[in-house]
Design a protein around this ligand. Sequence first.
Ligand code: UDX
Length: 440
Amino acid sequence: MTHRITVVGTGYLGTTHAAAMAELGHQVLGMDVDAERVSALAEGRVPMYEPGLEDLLRRALASGRLRFTTDPAEVAAFGDVHFLCVGTPQRAGSYAADLRQVDEAVDELAPHLARPALVVGKSTVPVGTAQRLARRLRDRSPAGASVELAWNPEFLREGYAVHDSLHPDRIVFGVSSAVAEATLRAVYAPLIDAGAPVVVGDLPTSELVKVAANSFLATKISFINAMAELCEATGADVTVLSAALGMDPRIGNQFLKPGLGFGGGCLPKDIRAFMARAGELGVDQALTFLREVDAINQRRRARTVDLAREELGGSVAGRTVAVLGAAFKPDSDDIRDSPALEVAVAIHEEGAAVRVYDPKAMGNARRRYPLLDYRDSVTSAVEGADLVLHLTEWAEFRALDPDAIGALVGARRIVDGRNALDAERWRAAGWTYRALGRPS
Ligand code: UDX
């Protein structure tokens, strides 16, 4: 059965979700307050780099099942199921989440909801938000108690957003009624029929699933990066350690990759918002370990700057440093809390001439940090450089030929911030190869 679905907020999550819902056969209306974004999407242009998303969007537009608008009244009139996909960034000057976009989305939509509807939150929110929003919706909608709220957290990874939307590991429904569950099961029927497992819980549990999952992933990364600190102090090799740990199926090898650590629009702010919320709930002790997770992660950035300094004889001032990578991870143009850019900026501030190249994130990086010297290729970035820093593991960088690159640089020195290059191969080509958590 097809549904009339709306998607409020068209960032990474909302755009992907709207196109995916149309792919499943539903009639979909996407909404955003940003008129420019809405017209770009309506023309089939995705304003960020996400592999496969533009194809999915264009297919949905061509099918006639997806449209976009800026008008909340149109959204309310069109849909029976309304997904909230707006952002919940970190609040300025605080660890807590900034919920203004979520509140505004509800406040704009509610006064137009004149018939029964299901509003479904997908954004990552502090536990307890859904119950508060449910009351707000009831109080502000003409349809009152026949407007119900459910929560359906999204687990998509940037770079794999299309795949993760159409082939989810699990689908989580936080519901307060059997009707809401039945509606969500019908909306996701093609994915459920294809084998996606469904987990049903209440509103607070479903909110917690998302932040707990991201906290676990962040903890796993920081665990191996803490081991990297031990390796650095003892001459051990964290990549060998990680491989051996990962072979234990109880541990598993994913998210056990040591290096510069996690960044992006989710993991860093989610663990902080989770700590802030635990404090409000009077259970801050339960999450104090996340403070360490965050601190370990930040220390990896500082340690990379140390390595750069060490490689250049104690100071980077006046030296030329090529930075390969600006995005927070490969296959994305997202630079939010990017470890690569934080290192680049720190080295720039210490007086180095920093040249940055990234296959996709140059535009975003330049807008955010206009003072760095952006180059349009690896070749141009490394020419005459005293040091090369490999900070985002794009396939293009992993495939570099150390001999060819070596012929361009001023000195064959590289710091591999992602433990992604073949150390032996680079050393064999005469490079001083340094990496986090590995003997030099
Ligand atoms: C994350 C979650 O994976 C996803 O389920 C959730 O919905 C949103 O947040 P994303 O932010 O796209 O997704 O990035 P992810 O692939 O999780 O990587 C996060 C960061 O961790 C990146 O900076 C990456 O480079 C780093 N990372 C990842 C490591 O340093 N080591 C690893 O082993 C894995």
